[in-house]
Each structure stands twice: as C-alpha cells, then as structure tokens.
Design a protein around this ligand. Sequence first.
Ligand SMILES: [Zn+2]
Length: 245
Amino acid sequence: MCIICTGEYKTIENLANLDCLGCTRVTEIPFIHGLKTLICSGCTSLTKIPNIPSLQTVICFNCTSLTEIPMICELEYLNCSRCTSLTEIPPIPSLRCLNCFGCTSLTEIPNILEMKEIYCTDCPGIKKIPNIPTLQYLNCSRCTSLTEIPNFPSLQVLYCYECTSLTEIPNIPGLKSLNCSYCPWISQNSEFGENLKKLIFLQKKLRRRYIGKKLEALYLQISEIYYSPGCKGYELAKRSFHSIL
Ligand SMILES: [Zn+2]
C-alpha cells in the first residue's frame, strides 16, 4: 500500500513529489497538477505514466509493464532502466539525462539536441546512438548490436566495454576517460591480435571442411556468429578470410 492506494495523496495540498516506490498494486498514477518529481520504481503493474507538464524528474526503474513514456514537456531527468516492455523513448526537448540501462526492447536512443548524459548499458537492440553535440557522458557498455560511436564533439567520458559489434572508436578530442575493454574487434585493444588469430584459424578449419566457393558465405557467417554477435565483425571476417585464400 502506498500514498496512491490509500488515497492520501488527495489530502496533501500542492504535492510536488510523489513516491509510490515498489507498490505492485498501483495500475495508474493520478494526474496531479504541479507535480515535479515522480518516483514509481518497481510498480510492476503500471502500464503508463500521465503527461503532467510540470514533471522534471521521473524515476520509473523496473516498471516491467510500462509500455510508453509520454512527451512530458519540462522533463529533465528520466530513469526508466529495466523497463523491459518499453520500445521507445520520445524526443523530449528538455531532457538532459537519460538512464535506460537494461531496456531490452529499446531499439533507439532519441535524438535530443541538448542532452548531456546517457547511460544505456545492456540494451541489445540499440544499433546506433545519435551524434548529440552537447553529450558529455556516455555509457553504452554491453550494447552488443552497436556498430559505431559517433565523433561526439563534447564527450568527456565514454564507457563501451563488451560492445562486441564495435570495430573502432573515433578520435574524440576532449575525451578524458575511455573504457573499451572486451570489445573484440577494436584494433587498439590488446586482445584484438589474439582474436584475429583465432578467427583465421577457425576460418581455415571451416574451409578445409567445406571446400567450394559456394559455401564461402557459410564460413563467414559461422565465424561471425562465433566471434562477433553483431554485424560489423562480418566485414573484418571477410577481409581476413580473403587473406588466407
Ligand atoms: Zn500502493
């Protein structure tokens, strides 16, 4: 039971912060004029959030039934991590910080002109992150379908470990901190040479087994699946395959 279930929220005048954290009975958040902060993490029966224009902060971590985030016009901070039913986040112009880690159904990061921080680790459906000129912090680790990192002009911190489809990191001038460990296809990484050797060995072995040009695509696909679950590694596999012919 929370402040919503008991109806207690109705008795509070000028309610600015609403907290119904962890209440699995809540199915709807009431429309409260002037509400600034909403904390409804772990409300697993909640399917949507009302569009209250005054909202500046929404923390709805682990709301696994939530299917949409409205276009809240003054929202600055959104934490919708582990909202596994969420397929998109609208391009809310005022948003400055987005935390959406573990949103496994998400396929895109909204292109918001003045966003400063994005924390989107463990989003396997994300293929691309828009080049946001003001972005200062990005953690996109374990985004296994991500094939490129744009050359962000203001980025200071980049964490992209275990991004298995990434093949390069641009030379971002203002970058102060970078962690790209366990990205098997980034040539700057120490494990790159070793991974390439393993890949060539695997391809030689497959070639011996399936002789014939017809099956060339098959060796490439097999080695691709084995070493790089995404798609960019495919090009690399192709190049090294031709080098051993
Ligand atoms: Zn409740």
